[in-house]
Design a protein around this ligand. Structure first.
Ligand code: SF4
Length: 405
């Protein structure tokens, strides 16, 4: 994706309202992982200083003051050195005073660029939560993933984050080719022994454009059988809940009160501003994305602080479907009233019981056993959970031309 769109939608062109969550995308990594679909490039030879300047210029143009949450992701933000991190965080502080408002400031870190000193530095700058990318605890698997750290490095990184006093989350990937239940049990147990307050366990996906996708097509990788993937999914759930972490979202586990507030905002289809190349924003009912390439992003920002590659204004009906799609990922599920409030959808009373079209879909999914209704809340059932994406996608079909009968 290259060019920058014009004209920029009015909702996105100025500063977001006060209190809008902020996402900052640092697009550099030590190397590109073979499964990764996020926008990032290997840092070597890149202009990191210039990118920090551009992030701050974009924040000045678009970030709302006093955000409730900040998420600095990527890419690998921990790859920035202390001076660069200081410049980024102090710059954001002077623009939006996040230290006065944000109860949660997450920074994504990778083991090869995180030690205790950097973790403590991040906390001194205002971070409250460090999310450490572990992915696997087997050197052979890490190498196949294209990760640049070993399993021992990963454990050192987690320990450094914990020793700093930060809230710590770790990420693991499961259902990779060749994974066994024994290996998964051992990785989960080793990581959960750290008694961390948050764990994310993501099912490996083969995204188009990644090496893993190509290797799968060439027969160099073999996907695990569905039954084994399912078994690995339930193993993570059992292991995490046995250690006191609640499954608050399909792939995320936390001790009570340690859920990721920023991500919960996404799942509730709330607003946010995203800055940096490839970052997406959702402000004033418009969703828009920056170019997934550094040169057009920087030149757009240089010309006035805004660099969008695409935007879409969703109608209330599409937003209703999207809100169900996202909200069902949360363990607490969603009520029809919450979905209507978040989407701005107002049912037409003339349609009688069909006035809220999402209800017909939800009822059908209750009948098929994928959703359950408890009080007012619809939630995924045990058979719906492992196929959450497919179940929730039923709601994405809601358009004015495609209403359930
Ligand atoms: S470190 Fe993370 S963002 Fe960077 S390439 Fe690997 S998976 Fe992607």
């Amino acid at each position: 994706m290259g060019g920058v769109i014009a004209p920029v939608p009015r909702q996105i062109s100025g500063r977001a309202p006060q209190g809008t969550p902020l996402y900052v995308h640092v697009p550099f990594c030590a190397a590109k992982c073979h499964y990764c679909d996020f926008f990032s490039v290997a840092a070597e030879g890149e202009d990191l200083e210039g990118a920090i300047d551009a992030l701050l210029a974009e924040a000045a143009a678009r970030a709302g003051p006093l955000p409730p949450t900040v998420f600095v992701g990527g890419g690998t933000p921990s790859l920035l050195d202390e001076t660069q991190l200081t410049r980024l965080f102090e710059g954001l502080q002077s623009l939006i005073d996040f230290r006065s408002s944000a109860l949660e400031v997450t920074v994504e870190c990778n083991p090869e660029s995180l030690d205790r000193r950097k973790a403590e530095h991040l906390l001194a700058l205002g971070a409250t939560r460090l999310s450490v990318g572990v992915q696997a605890l087997d050197d052979g698997v890490l190498e196949r993933f294209g990760r640049v750290h070993s399993a021992a490095d990963a454990l050192r990184g987690v320990e450094a984050a914990r020793a700093s006093g930060a809230r710590v989350s770790t990420d693991l990937i499961y259902a990779y080719p060749g994974q066994t239940t024994d290996k998964w049990a051992s990785d989960l147990s080793t990581l959960l022994d750290f008694e961390l307050s948050h764990l994310s366990a993501y099912n490996l996906t083969y995204e188009e454009g990644t090496r893993f996708h190509r290797w799968l097509g060439e027969g160099k990788l073999a996907q695990l059988p569905d039954e084994l993937e399912l078994e690995l999914f339930w193993m993570a759930r059992r292991a995490a809940t046995e250690r006191g972490l609640d499954a608050y979202e399909v792939s995320n586990y936390a001790s009570s009160g340690y859920e990721c507030a920023h991500n919960i905002g996404y799942w509730r289809n709330g607003p946010y501003v995203g800055i940096g190349p490839g970052a997406v924003s959702h402000v004033g009912g418009v969703r828009a994305g920056n170019p997934r390439s550094i040169p057009p992003w920087r030149s757009g920002v240089d010309k006035g602080g805004v660099a969008l590659a695409w935007s879409e204004g969703l109608g209330a009906l599409e937003k209703l479907g999207e809100t169900w799609w996202l909200g069902l990922r949360l363990a607490q599920g969603i009520t029809p009233a919450e979905a209507r409030a978040a989407s701005g959808f107002e049912p037409d009373p003339a349609r009688g019981p069909q006035a809220d079209p999402a209800l017909a879909i939800a009822t059908r999914l209750v009948e098929s056993g994928h959703l359950e209704l408890r009080g007012e809340r619809y939630r995924l059932t045990e058979s719906g959970l492992p196929v959450a994406d497919a179940v929730a996608a039923e709601f994405l079909r809601l358009t004015p031309g495609n209403l359930p009968a």
